[in-house]
Unconditional design. Structure first.
Length: 340
């Protein structure tokens, strides 16, 4: 696991052999070019003046496994001798294919607004793992890319599989009259893998919004993701049907055609957590808890006991930041007036 973290975060492994050429793919980011492998860690512009926009859902990225039966875990295809800037027949990454996929998933989930970590800290609510079933790039008359990745999301507290699916992507391209070069191959592979990780992230988001809408401050709902073959997905059962009503007592048609209501989890105080209610004047202000965005006011938050920092932001008003103490089994209410 230590090696996996080093490959994903630092991207400092640059292997070279006589019979193959390497492509640098450090966690879907970085600069690519020249001969050999150029490893550059991801760079993100972080606004240090304000809290980061994040969902309450936290995900631990576990190691992916390689089911491709390749003789080299870094090899993805052949045809390097036809690519400018590369030598030999094999196309090889500067890290294991599984490390590249895990890093790409981490980047995609992070950019979608999830709290993501590659290390198990004990605070994550969900664990993501998967299998790389196919990841190939072959240089022919048309470059061919084929990707199939199975990903599973498990709720850590219950060990229940929340979502599992195989996401596939097949594409080809004409390199053009001038032919391929190393940068072209790298960028095209990165683009196609990005499509797979984006579909996976969209499907995970839609599923979690059904079973845990309180983590997103949304009502339950889901959407289909093209190209995703779902193996396990959450279901929300409608209320049990009522007994038949005699004809003379049937309600008006407008009532009988009403859409069924689904149960929605409501945050509450418990033996282990406390409840914080945040009201603002005016309402619909952005609420941040310990620099993490939780939703718009008025807002109910189920929190760990202790002292927390609440920040409130609304365009046209001054930001308000206060400390609040949350006690387990108890409710705390805050009324904040915002000033211009």
């Amino acid at each position: 696991m230590k090696q996996l973290i080093q490959w994903i975060v630092l991207g400092l492994v640059a292997a070279s052999t006589v019979a193959c050429s390497n492509i640098s793919m450090p966690s879907m980011g970085g600069i690519f070019g020249g001969s050999g492998a150029v490893s550059v860690a991801d760079h993100k512009n972080v606004n240090s003046t304000g809290p980061l926009l994040k969902y309450a859902a936290s995900i631990h990225i576990n190691a992916y496994t390689d089911d491709r039966k390749m003789d080299n875990p870094r090899k993805i295809g052949t045809g390097a001798e036809n690519v400018s800037g590369m030598s030999g027949k094999d196309i090889v990454l500067d890290q294991d294919a599984t490390a590249m996929v895990a890093g790409a998933m981490m980047t995609s989930l992070d950019e979608a607004g999830f709290q993501v970590s590659e290390m198990q800290t004990g605070k994550a609510q969900f664990e993501l793992s998967g299998i790389v079933k196919e990841l190939t790039y072959n240089v022919k008359a048309r470059d061919e890319v084929s990707i199939a990745i199975e990903t599973t999301l498990t709720e850590i507290s219950t060990n229940k599989v929340v979502w599992s699916a195989i996401v596939t992507e097949k594409a080809d391209r004409f390199a053009g009259v001038s032919g391929d070069n190393k940068d072209d191959v790298t960028h095209y592979l990165r683009k196609e893998l990005g499509i797979v990780t984006q579909k996976t992230t969209d499907a995970i988001s839609a599923s979690l919004m059904v079973v845990h809408p309180e983590l997103f401050n949304l009502t339950p709902g889901t959407k289909a993701i093209p190209g995703v073959t779902v193996l396990v997905a959450p279901t929300v059962n409608p209320p049990a049907a009522a007994a038949p009503v005699p004809m003379q007592m049937m309600p008006p048609p407008s009532a009988t055609n009403a859409a069924p209501s689904y149960p929605v989890y409501t945050p509450h105080a418990s033996d282990t957590n406390g409840l914080l209610l945040v009201n603002t004047n005016p309402a619909r202000a952005k609420i941040y808890l310990d620099n993490v965005y939780f939703g718009l006011s008025p807002l109910r938050l189920e929190l760990d006991p202790g002292v927390h920092t609440i920040s409130v932001k609304l365009i046209g008003y001054k930001m308000v930041t206060e400390k609040v103490s949350v006690r387990k089994g108890d409710s705390t209410e805050m009324d904040l007036d915002l000033e211009h």
